[in-house]
Ligand binder design. Structure first.
Ligand SMILES: NC(=O)c1ccc[n+]([C@@H]2O[C@H](COP(=O)([O-])OP(=O)(O)OC[C@H]3O[C@@H](n4cnc5c(N)ncnc54)[C@H](O)[C@@H]3O)[C@@H](O)[C@H]2O)c1
Length: 265
């Protein structure tokens, strides 16, 4: 049986760990040739691990805030494979800091990575998709800023809501070129980002924080990066060919409760 992403070339940002690595793993299991792009040199170990599973994976150092570094990586991939079919704009950072204490530097870093990063990678890679009359762009938004928020998320929430606007605006421009652009809004997925903020909240017992989050989710657990990856694979495949400009929530029901105190990321 042919796999649903066989011969597809994917470009996944922030793929050294967490959601990006989960997405890259599932895309590769569906047969895609996956290019893992990250500023963190650990990305080469992550690609190596996937190759150890017999999957097609390569790593590249690239900074989404630096369009030239992304253009260079994209060019290298296209020279080798002739195209890029799938772009997963996943790289992102979160700092939870009250508005009046949040420095402009930290705000700008979040805006640069989370918003301009999506912008830069789309700008660098879209021309290849147009040339090929085929493309799937998947942008990592969040339930944070689009549906729910906790205190300290003015900058992060702003960036994740911006991705909705960008997703729709780009989707309409490229629809007739057979390119779909969609956004994913995860609730809590267990990644190094979430583990890091649990450690910040309770250095002595971060697991208590994770358990507390799980207790507030109707499905009583955080999501896994591979569950997130399954949704990325759907939006990256022809199964979703008539879906564009939309956003899909994946949160184990965490945004459902009408009452009760719950936190989100
Ligand atoms: N984990 C969650 O619960 C959750 C929920 C909603 C949305 N998200 C979103 O999912 C995405 C991934 O989050 P995660 O939890 O896996 O985070 P993570 O911190 O575990 O991993 C993020 C990766 O992005 C990379 N990265 C950071 N800056 C980069 C840059 N300038 N260029 C290239 N790569 C860069 C990091 O090196 C890291 O490997 C983010 O956009 C985040 O906002 C996560």
């Amino acid at each position: 049986m042919t796999k649903k992403l066989e011969n597809k070339v994917a470009f996944v940002t922030g793929a050294a760990m967490g959601n990006g690595l989960g997405a890259a793993t599932v895309l590769a299991r569906h047969g895609a040739i996956v290019n893992l792009v990250d500023v963190n040199p650990l990305v080469s170990d992550s690609a190596e691990k996937l190759r150890g599973e017999g999957l097609l994976a390569e790593s590249h150092i690239g900074d989404v805030t630096d369009i030239e570094s992304i253009r260079a990586v994209a060019k290298k991939i296209v020279e080798k494979y002739g195209k890029i079919d799938i772009l997963v704009n996943n790289a992102g950072v979160a700092n939870i800091i009250p508005f009046l204490e949040l420095s402009d530097e930290i705000r700008d870093r979040m805006f640069d990575i989370n918003i301009k990063g999506v912008w830069n990678c789309s700008k660098a890679i879209l021309p290849y998709m147009i040339e090929n009359h085929y493309g799937k762009i998947v942008n990592m938004s969040s339930v944070t800023g689009t549906t729910v928020v906790d205190p300290g998320e003015t900058a992060y929430g702003t960036t994740k809501a911006a991705i909705w606007g960008f997703t729709k605006a780009l989707a309409i421009e490229v629809a007739k070129q057979n390119i779909t652009v969609n956004a994913i809004c995860p609730g809590y997925i267990l990644t190094p980002m979430v583990q890091g903020s649990a450690r910040e909240t309770d250095p002595a017992n971060p697991q208590r924080v994770i358990d507390g989050i799980a207790a507030g989710i109707p499905m009583e657990r955080l999501g896994t990066t591979e569950e997130l990856g399954d949704l990325v694979a759907f939006l990256s495949s022809d199964e979703s060919r008539y879906i564009t400009g939309t956003q899909i929530v994946i949160d184990g029901g965490s945004t459902l409760p009408e009452s009760g105190s719950m936190g989100h990321h």
